[in-house]
Design a protein around this ligand. Structure first.
Ligand SMILES: NC(=O)CCC(=O)C(=O)O
Length: 261
């Protein structure tokens, strides 16, 4: 099974959802032109980390995100991983991913589980407590958000359900780019899965963001690698590679969960 993935490495206007929403369609249109099955956006691109203003700018119940992306998925007949957006539900704020299929149907919702204190998420956001599991063209997949990749036990838990692709939208600052690359490669190798990491570029008042979005195969090799500029790139992956690696080195079968608690 082959899956074509477009990575939308976008810049984000700080605290300006209208400007950010206005730029989304061009990425989806380009991905469709490049015949992608799915297009993937970075983390919290609707607002950036303008956390103290979330009461005014977070997407209430994700309604704008869902409305815009469902329409785009139908118009371009493409599956969309929304990256993540700042959402407001009741009086709480979340960092939320939506997965929408090519018919505009919502497949899954995920709230970031591990909140990143260095960027003050823990002061403003409520953490999620559910897994994200969905299928891309019938292939089991999962998704986390940025800092979540520092928790291998969480990605392992998500991968035990036969997942073959792990999506990782991010706002990962430039000084820690070597860690971004190493952690993503490690998660790919240990879970014998493809990893799709989509980072933003540009800057906000506190950080510069390093791009370097990447698609990594189950052996840890980059099959797509972006630089530091805003751009969309597309690659086709062959999911059979995960069967080959898992057949050759049966890591999942060799686990000793009886020792892990
Ligand atoms: N937005 C994030 O979760 C950033 C995570 C990060 O920078 C890290 O080093 O981890």
């Amino acid at each position: 099974m082959k899956i074509t993935i477009s990575v939308a490495q976008m810049d984000v206007s700080f605290g300006k959802p209208a400007e950010n929403f206005a730029r989304i369609e061009s990425f989806v249109a380009q991905a469709a032109t490049e015949q992608a099955d799915i297009v993937v956006f970075p983390e919290m691109w609707n607002t950036g980390y303008d956390l103290s203003r979330f009461n005014d700018i977070a997407d209430v119940n994700g309604l704008q995100t869902l409305h815009v992306f469902k329409a785009l998925a139908q118009k371009y007949h493409i599956m969309i991983h929304t990256g993540s957006v700042a959402t407001k539900r009741g009086n709480q704020f979340f960092n939320t991913t939506y997965i929408i299929d090519e018919n505009g149907e919502l497949l899954s919702t995920y709230d970031k589980v591990h909140l990143f204190g260095l960027m003050h998420e823990d002061e403003f956001l409520t953490p999620g407590s559910k897994k994200d599991q969905f299928e891309v063209k019938g292939v089991p997949a999962t998704s986390v958000i940025c800092y979540d990749i520092r928790f291998p036990e969480w990605l392992r838990t998500l991968s035990l359900n036969d997942s073959r692709i792990i999506f990782v939208p991010a706002e990962w600052p430039t000084p820690r780019m070597p860690q971004w690359r190493t952690l993503l490669a490690a998660r790919a190798i240990e879970n014998q899965s493809f990893v799709v990491g989509v980072n933003r570029v540009g800057a906000d008042p506190e950080n510069r963001f390093g791009g370097n979005s990447v698609v990594i195969d189950p052996l840890g090799n980059n099959v797509l690698y972006l630089g530091h500029e805003e751009e969309l790139k597309t690659v086709t992956i062959d999911i059979n590679a995960t069967d080959k690696v898992r057949g050759f080195m049966p890591v999942f079968a060799d686990r000793r969960p009886d020792l892990y608690e």
